[in-house]
Ligand binder design. Structure first.
Ligand SMILES: Nc1ncnc2c1ncn2[C@@H]1O[C@H](COP(=O)(O)OP(=O)(O)OP(=O)(O)O)[C@@H](O)[C@H]1O
Length: 254
């Protein structure tokens, strides 16, 4: 479904955020990206839907290149994204925020006038119900808790009928209880609706509990790519140890 080949990114300040990263994400997977702060997780996630441009390598989603600007709108329709800070418009109601996920399906003038078709409104209401916020559909989003605001973010992603959901540390701003609730919801969406998930996380326990595959990033290098079952402590140390000798071998291979 998603093919990343030799992806590299150096920011203007000369920081190398990604170095020759190659990976494939298959349909139906729930893949977790783990790594220390600054490892390159967000850069990887955001480059997949073109939010960050990359200077080397390729990203293809269902055979279509992300770096080709002509394709980006089609690709963004198929790829939903949720963020750590939810990125919802707080002065809008839950329904209005979720309808933003339908923009790719609406006529620009109609949507700028907030004239959504009944079909889109019903679809958005259905997404709101799927994330458990039916009673809050007409409430302003700034009146919601953090966990509820993230549910709005998820409903907005669902509203665009994505094939893949990218999540950039979606639970980092939540208390532990809400964090697990959100991960359970995303797991349910992944299992029941078959929507593929690619998520960056800081918490190893949560990544192992909810993901079925772990992608470990260290200093911009993909140091391992393993199924959760069978993952050893030593392998996990590759991303969390400060001992660079452990990743020397990997670096030489890149
Ligand atoms: N816009 C930018 N301009 C310059 N450097 C950046 C920019 N964004 C990220 N970086 C740098 O690139 C490296 C990778 O950053 P990135 O945000 O991808 O890491 P991360 O693993 O997501 O970190 P965190 O877990 O703290 O969010 C870091 O050294 C960071 O400082």
């Amino acid at each position: 479904m998603l093919e990343i080949r030799n992806l590299s990114k150096t920011y203007n300040n000369k920081v190398i955020a990604l170095k020759n990263v190659s990976l494939t994400v298959n349909k139906g997977e729930f893949a977790m990206v783990l790594g220390l702060s600054g490892a390159g997780k967000s850069t990887l996630i955001r480059s997949i839907n073109g939010l960050i441009s990359v200077e080397a390598g390729s990203i293809e989603f269902e055979g279509v290149s992300v770096s080709n600007k002509e394709n980006i709108n089609k690709i963004r329709k198929d790829i939903g994204i949720i963020f750590q800070q939810f990125n919802i418009i707080k002065r809008l109601t839950v329904l209005e925020n979720v309808l933003c996920g339908r923009l790719a399906y609406s006529n620009t003038i109609m949507s700028s006038l907030k004239l959504f078709k009944k079909k889109d409104i019903n679809w958005a209401l259905d997404c709101i119900e799927r994330v458990g916020l039916k009673e809050k559909a007409y409430v302003r989003s700034d009146q919601l808790s953090g966990g509820q605001q993230q549910r709005v973010g998820i409903a907005r992603a669902l509203a665009q009928q994505p094939k893949l959901i990218l999540a950039d540390e979606p639970v980092a701003s939540l208390d532990p209880y809400s964090a697990e609730e959100i991960l359970e919801l995303l797991t349910e969406i992944n299992k029941k609706e078959g929507i593929t998930m690619l998520m960056s996380l800081h918490n190893v326990m949560l990544a192992k509990k909810y993901g079925n595959r772990i992608l470990g990033i260290k200093n911009g290098i993909l140091v391992f790519d393993k199924q959760v079952i069978g993952l050893t402590e030593k392998e996990m140390q590759l991303i969390y140890t400060m001992d660079t000798s452990l990743i020397k071998e990997k670096q030489q291979a890149v």
